[in-house]
Structures are given as structure tokens and as C-alpha cells.
Design a protein around this ligand. Structure first.
Ligand code: P6P
Length: 337
């Protein structure tokens, strides 16, 4: 029997590059750089319980949240590989107040910028719940050779050229999307490589899983509460019963719904009309992935990918998941997006 070799992330990105005769290999290289940083973060996450990298650094990030040592380590790893690569001219990160422009000859001529949340869900580190990295890649709008400006970063999500996430969980999986599709790679620790495990991921048209923080239920709008009520009353006669799953780590909730079908919601409230989640490095990349896979992502009034960012760390409400479930939500919201 022919032993069909499973493609590694590196082999896959090179094969994808060859599909575009004019490709320079910069995007493939950037994705491989992210895979390298992810492997380094994975090592530290896996020993978080053993080594003193838990607990707080005593620092507070721009979000006003305590920065845990693993957050800083992850931020450093992704920043470093992208700075030392050939593909990225600069980055923005949830952990950094401002963008970082890579001021060296090669980076100045690189055509991509990258934004990331280096360790989303980091409040779960101490209790060993899965956490993740989310990343987003754009072509710069400024001329190569010139210095980046904030306009290179404040682009609508529909201009992404690639987006993805890594989940450091029961296994470590890297999922990324380009306009050619969504593919998942599981880390094979025996060879230290991400190997293609989920080719051409498609988001099921519908599902039976809904994810929302019920603790905020009475702060949600009447329309959102009406949809949650529908979810709770689903039964065998109308596509249910539904199950409520909320991990508190968005990458894990969204990944499960991407694979099995479902909807994740982080609505705004009267006190926080824009909700909690960040547009540029959390919602845009996940929205790009879900749309390429056949799902939908909105803020309750428009597609996430159509939103024109005005600030680096701006927040947005998020509804994301299977197309049929999103359609049912839109009926409750009184919109058609
Ligand atoms: P809440 C983690 O802090 C995070 O940004 C997402 O990963 C997660 O889905 C959400 O916040 C959880 O927030 O307010 O429900 O605890």
C-alpha cells in the first residue's frame, strides 16, 4: 500500500504558492513564520503548569487587563519571527498600544502587514482551558520602501489576504484561510511539524450548538434575547434540540462551530454597546475564515468584513457561524445582511 505522505504546513504553503505563477513566496513565507512562532508558544503553553510563567507580570495592557507572562512571551515570539522574516513590514498586537513598524531594509520593502491577538482567552491559562492565537494578514496600502502608516492597518476585513488561528488545546491545531479555502494543520509532536489534518474545511449550513455568555442575558437587547429564547426552545420538530456550549475562549468556540456547525454570539449591551471583542485582530480574521468556509459573520447590522476601522483596538459586537442559524438570528434582529 502506498504510504501517502501527509503534507506539512511548509509543503502545503509552497504547493499553494505554485498555484499562482506570479507569487513571490512572501505570503507562504509569512505563514511558515507564524507556524514557527506557534510551535515555540506551544512548548511554553504545554509546560505552563510546571514553570513559573503563570501569574501576572505586574503589567497592564492597553485593554486594562493584567498581562500574564505567557501573553508577553507569545507576543514576543510572533513579533520576533515576523520582524526577522522577509514578508512583513510591521505588526499590530492586542498586547501593544501602538503598531510596530519594522525599520530594516528588507522589512521596508515587504508587502504585508500582520495583526494578531497573541494569546486570546489568556484568563483561562491558570485553569488549563484551551487558549489561542488569532492572526490577520493584509497587503500594505503604502508604497513598499516607504514607512508604514496607520492606514496600512485600518483596512476593512474584506481586504485580508490570509487569516487564521492556533488553538493550544487537547492537540495544537493551526487553521488558516486564503481566498482558495480554509485548511487545518495539527501539530505532530514526533516530527515538530504542523501536518494537514483538516483539508478544505466547510462550515455546515446549520448546526445545533449556540455559544453565548448567559450571565449577560438580561443586559442583551430584546431582539437578542428573543433569539436565545428560540435556541432554548428548539426541539426535534424544528431542528433541535440545541446545546449551549461556551468555553470562554473564542477561538475554541468558533473552531467547534466551524467544524460541526453552530453560532457564537458576543452582543453589545446597554453599558457596552460595542461589546468586548476586538475588530482588527479577533473578529475580522475569524469572519474572513468563516465566510471562506461558507458561514456568516456580522455585528448585528452589517458584515464584519465591511466595517471600516477607525481605531486600532476598537471593539465590535460579533455574531458568527452557520449561514442558516445566522439567517434565523437576522429574522429576530429585524435585519437582512
Ligand atoms: P466573557 C477571552 O477573554 C475573550 O476575549 C474570548 O476569547 C471569549 O470568548 C470572551 O472573551 C469571553 O468573555 O465576558 O464571556 O467572559
Amino acid at each position: 500500500m502506498v504510504n501517502r505522505q501527509v503534507l506539512t504546513l511548509d509543503e502545503f504553503t509552497i504547493r499553494e504558492m505554485r498555484a499562482f505563477p506570479k507569487a513571490t513566496g512572501e505570503l507562504a513565507g509569512l505563514l511558515r513564520d507564524i507556524g514557527l512562532a506557534a510551535k515555540r508558544v506551544n512548548v511554553e503553553v504545554n509546560k505552563a503548569g510546571l514553570v513559573d510563567i503563570l501569574g501576572d507580570t505586574g503589567n497592564v495592557n492597553i485593554q486594562g487587563e493584567e498581562v500574564k507572562k505567557l501573553d508577553e512571551f507569545a507576543n514576543d515570539q510572533f513579533t520576533r519571527v515576523l520582524r526577522h522574516g522577509i514578508s512583513c513590514a510591521g505588526i499590530a498586537s492586542e498586547e501593544l498600544d501602538d503598531v510596530v513598524i519594522f525599520d530594516n531594509e528588507i522589512s521596508r520593502n515587504s508587502k504585508y502587514i500582520c495583526m494578531f491577538d497573541p494569546l486570546d482567552g489568556s484568563t483561562n491559562i491558570d485553569v488549563n482551558v484551551s487558549i489561542g492565537t488569532i492572526f490577520s494578514v493584509y497587503r500594505r496600502v503604502s508604497e513598499t520602501g516607504t514607512s508604514l502608516t496607520i492606514k496600512d492597518f485600518l483596512q476593512p476585513g474584506m481586504r485580508q489576504v490570509a487569516a487564521g488561528y492556533i488553538i493550544y488545546g487537547s492537540s495544537t491545531i493551526l487553521v488558516y484561510a486564503t481566498k482558495r479555502g480554509v485548511n487545518g494543520f495539527t501539530l505532530d509532536q514526533s516530527i515538530g511539524e504542523f501536518c494537514l489534518s483538516h483539508p478544505n474545511i466547510r462550515c455546515p449550513e446549520t448546526g445545533r450548538m449556540y455559544s453565548v455568555n448567559h450571565g449577560n442575558f438580561f443586559q442583551y437587547s430584546e431582539e437578542v434575547k428573543a433569539y436565545i429564547d428560540i435556541c432554548q426552545k428548539k426541539n426535534k420538530s424544528n431542528g433541535g434540540p440545541y446545546t449551549q456550549r461556551y468555553i470562554g475562549s473564542m477561538v475554541s468556540d468558533v473552531h467547534r462551530n466551524l467544524i460541526r456547525g453552530g453560532i457564537f454570539m458576543y452582543p453589545g449591551t446597554a453599558q457596552k454597546p460595542k461589546g468586548k471583542l476586538r475588530l482588527l485582530y479577533e473578529c475580522n480574521p475569524l469572519a474572513y475564515i468563516i465566510e471562506i468556509a461558507g458561514g456568516k459573520a456580522t455585528d448585528g447590522t452589517q458584515r464584519i468584513l465591511e466595517k471600516q476601522p477607525t481605531e486600532l483596538h476598537e471593539r465590535t459586537p460579533l455574531f458568527i457561524g452557520s449561514a442558516a442559524m445566522m439567517a434565523e438570528l437576522e429574522v429576530c434582529l429585524g435585519v437582512s445582511i
